[in-house]
Design a protein around this ligand. Structure first.
Ligand SMILES: NC(=O)c1ccc[n+]([C@@H]2O[C@H](COP(=O)([O-])OP(=O)(O)OC[C@H]3O[C@@H](n4cnc5c(N)ncnc54)[C@H](O)[C@@H]3O)[C@@H](O)[C@H]2O)c1
Length: 338
């Protein structure tokens, strides 16, 4: 066993909790820091140790991490609401960058050997697709900018302080445990949650945006290997190869659920990238990444989870900068006014 103590930040969340389960199965001593802003106690593993902490609190983060002394860190804590970042820049930038730096510094001081971070294909912005890891990033939004800041900081600090790091850029991940209360992200479960309530969901613009929807188990297999493979300093796009438009996703979900309710198209989201498709040759070569789960199978598994949980109420959070460009369905109570 290469490491003993492993820290997973954001480990009560969607992707993080699946990483925690794998680490526990492999007999690591697993520690999780999460503030449950996007995660849930439903996702916890009895064999892991949990610490409730908002990692933006530097002193508290330092105290907990100095007790854990992690040798390996998977850093996932963040708010991944990419398009909300334009309207809540303080919350999203601090949850993406401050949580990272407040995790990294005490971890390095306490002997951390490697950190694996979840960046995003948002760093590519509107570059020509498919995005490749050696493309020069040109993020379009504050979410992508904060993720890029994290990547660049790692390069500098790793060189000076001698720890290893791996950057992952996952995309459009979906599956069981995805937060269904978030009105700002997670399109698959937003659509399913509306259907369970017999309500139409909203599609921004013409619905021709294209994305590669990536099933959680496939993503987590590759992400996990970043902790252990000989891949220090590398960057990996991780996700499905086949792209679908949002209209196609909507049809596929209505097929799988056997519920037909025409969606409502509303205005485009400001700064939304229309085509986001990435190249996965690197993750296939170095991590053995396999895009195993078809969209239909992944949606069936997600629908099973969603139905078991039942319809969820959306939780709206603070909008720091409001103007007429704020997507209409992000206004609390919008659905009731229709
Ligand atoms: N889901 C995707 O498709 C996707 C794509 C690209 C990148 N990512 C990245 O992967 C990571 C995990 O995403 P996810 O989809 O599992 O989201 P998630 O919201 O389910 O998980 C994030 C976790 O971080 C926690 N968290 C947020 N702010 C925190 C803070 N200040 N202190 C402590 N904990 C905090 C949340 O409570 C949550 O449990 C994020 O970094 C995200 O940016 C996700």
């Amino acid at each position: 066993m290469k490491y003993k103590r492993v820290l997973v930040t954001g480990g009560a969340g969607f992707i993080g909790s699946h990483i925690v389960d794998k680490l526990v199965l492999d007999n690591y001593q697993v520690h999780v820091i999460d503030d449950y802003s996007g995660g849930s106690t439903r996702n916890t593993n009895k064999k892991a140790h949990y610490y409730t902490c908002d990692l933006r609190n530097e002193k508290k983060a330092d105290k907990i991490i100095s007790l854990i002394k992690p040798e390996l860190v998977f850093h996932l804590a963040a708010n991944a609401a990419e398009n909300k970042a334009q309207f809540s820049p303080i919350d999203i930038t601090s949850r993406n960058y401050s949580t990272f730096i407040n995790t990294l510094v005490p971890s390095v001081r306490n002997g951390m050997k490697r950190i694996v971070v979840t960046s995003s294909i948002a760093v590519y912005g509107k570059l020509q697709t498919p995005f490749k890891e050696n493309d020069k990033p040109e993020p379009e939004d504050l979410y992508g900018i904060s993720k890029l800041m994290m990547e660049e900081s790692l390069k500098v600090l790793s060189e000076v302080h001698g720890f290893e790091y791996v950057v992952t850029r996952p995309h459009n991940c979906y599956g069981p445990r995805q937060n269904m209360t978030d009105p700002y992200r997670n399109v698959v479960t937003i659509f399913m949650n509306s259907l369970m309530k017999n309500k139409p969901y909203y599609i921004y613009g013409d619905g021709k945006q294209r994305r590669c929807f990536s099933y959680i188990d496939d993503v987590v297999d590759a992400l996990y290997k970043c902790g252990f493979a000989n891949v220090h300093g590398k960057i990996f796009n991780i996700g499905a190869d086949k792209d679908y438009s949002l209209n196609e996703l909507s049809d596929a979900i209505q097929n799988v659920t056997s519920i037909t309710i025409p969606p409502i198209h509303i205005a485009d989201r400001p700064q939304e990238v229309k085509i986001a498709i990435s190249d996965h040759k690197q993750s296939k070569k170095y991590l053995g990444y396999k895009d195993k789960t078809s969209l239909k199978d992944g949606l069936l598994k997600t629908w099973k989870y969603a139905k078991k949980l039942g319809p969820q109420n959306e939780i709206f959070t603070k909008i720091e900068l409001d103007n007429s460009k704020l997507p209409a369905n992000w206004r609390n109570g919008f659905a009731n006014k229709k």
